[in-house]
Design a protein around this ligand. Structure first.
Ligand SMILES: C[S@@+](CC[C@H](N)C(=O)[O-])C[C@H]1O[C@@H](n2cnc3c(N)ncnc32)[C@H](O)[C@@H]1O
Length: 394
């Protein structure tokens, strides 16, 4: 095997703030040497582990198989490092490849330049052995080479995933400000959701949180139906993938507790319905057109996870403080005995909720730094003053 005998050094990437959740998922899959980093988690495993991670991870974005690591002073160092990989075994005659670079290293500040250096090393090595250079196909390559440049060294990996794992394939019509599927799943796992409690998102938009909740509650692996970059590797064995998918499918169950989504926008609810249908989750989720300020009281013990409009993201700034205050009131009155988690991208708005947060987690929704706030809604939760004590500045 071109990667050497397993276990190999594998890396799953993720949104910043979800490293511990991803590490927990990997440990549950039985991965060894799980070590969270910044925006990624490294682990040890074999080819089946690569398949399993791609099919089952909820918060991972891509799974990389490390080919070589080292210090790469400038162009020469990077070229020498890339030349050590037996590319001729990875790119058979007639196959194409592409190089993607992230990060920076001294002398390699431009990712386009670093990609060019690695591309030359790959092509020169293959030409030296075969007499012909392989073709580059940036859009649809057979082999995706991933280069991570950092101050402490460079790693060159194969991207086993291709289209990021956030693209589950069920969301064709995004709403006004949809969450990435991996972030939505991460929020639910951070909130401790496992399907065992009733779930509600009263501001469900295009339905990402309810879809991910239904996937978790029904123990459906998010990658059961999609394809992966590793299927085009020269040594790909479809039987390994079939086996991983088959075993993942056996875990499925009917969600034990209700999952509900609502939005005041009729259009958003229609989009959520279409997305749930595509995800195969529509049977498990009840949707309604409703204003959160008038929602029916929730069953005590319900877990609410939601992301209210931010202002910045939807281009609305005025009137939102009032809305957040009313949202806090609605939760207090209509969700007594429940736990609510809100993803909030704006400190002033978070203060307007007027409830004390019992936990605050720093997360990124794309480029927006957010706080994921937990509110324990005991009977008669007390309001705090204007700009209340949510502690989002901490
Ligand atoms: C940031 S978006 C939620 C996005 C959603 N998580 C997704 O992934 O598509 C906020 C949603 O709140 C809804 N909304 C705003 N005010 C509302 C209200 N008073 N009652 C119910 N829904 C409301 C908007 O229609 C919008 O769909």
């Amino acid at each position: 095997m071109v990667f050497g005998p397993p276990p190999w050094r594998l890396v799953a990437t993720c949104t910043r703030g979800l490293e511990e959740v991803l590490a927990g998922e990997l440990r549950e899959l039985g991965a060894g040497d799980v070590a969270p980093g910044a925006g990624s988690v490294s682990f040890a495993g074999d080819l089946a582990a690569v398949h399993e991670a791609n099919v089952r991870l909820r918060t991972g974005m891509r799974v990389l198989v490390t080919l070589v690591r080292g210090r790469t002073p400038g162009r020469k160092g990077l070229y020498a490092l890339a030349s050590r990989v037996p590319w001729e075994d990875l790119i058979p005659p007639g196959s194409t490849f592409a190089v993607e670079t992230v990060g920076k290293a001294p002398g390699l500040e431009h990712s386009g330049f670093a990609a060019l250096v690695v591309k030359d090393a790959v092509a020169d090595r293959i030409r030296g052995r075969r007499g012909a250079r392989p073709d580059v196909d940036r859009r649809n390559p057979d082999l995706r080479v991933h280069v991570h440049l950092g101050r402490h060294g460079t790693s060159i990996s194969l991207d086993s995933t291709g289209e990021p794992l956030s693209r589950r394939g069920y969301r064709h019509h995004g709403g006004a400000a949809p969450l990435a599927e991996t972030l939505a799943a991460g929020l639910l796992l951070l909130a401790g959701y496992d399907g065992g409690a009733p779930f509600a998102d009263p501001l469900c938009g295009s339905g990402t949180l309810v879809a991910e909740a239904a996937l978790i509650a029904s123990r459906t692996a998010p990658g059961l139906r999609r394809s992966f970059a590793f299927e085009r590797w020269p040594f790909h064995d479809p039987a390994v993938l079939d086996d991983v998918r088959h075993r993942a499918a056996l875990d499925r169950r009917e969600p034990p507790r209700p999952i509900r989504g609502a939005d005041r926008s009729r259009r958003a609810v229609a989009t959520a319905g279409e997305n749930l249908r595509r995800a195969g989750m529509h049977r498990w989720v009840e949707l309604a057109v409703a204003d959160v300020r008038e929602m029916a009281p929730l069953e005590p013990g319900t877990l609410v996870v939601t992301n209210p409009p931010y202002g910045e993201r939807l281009g609305e700034t005025t009137g939102l403080e009032g809305f957040y205050r009313e949202l806090g009131d609605a939760l207090k009155r209509r969700a007594a005995g429940c736990t609510a988690w809100l993803l909030v991208g704006n400190r002033e708005l978070a203060g307007a909720i007027g409830l004390r947060a019992s936990r605050r987690i720093r997360l990124f929704n794309g480029p927006i730094e957010c706080r994921f706030l937990r509110f324990d809604l005991y009977e008669g939760s007390r309001r705090h003053g204007e700009g209340g004590d949510t502690g989002v500045g901490e």
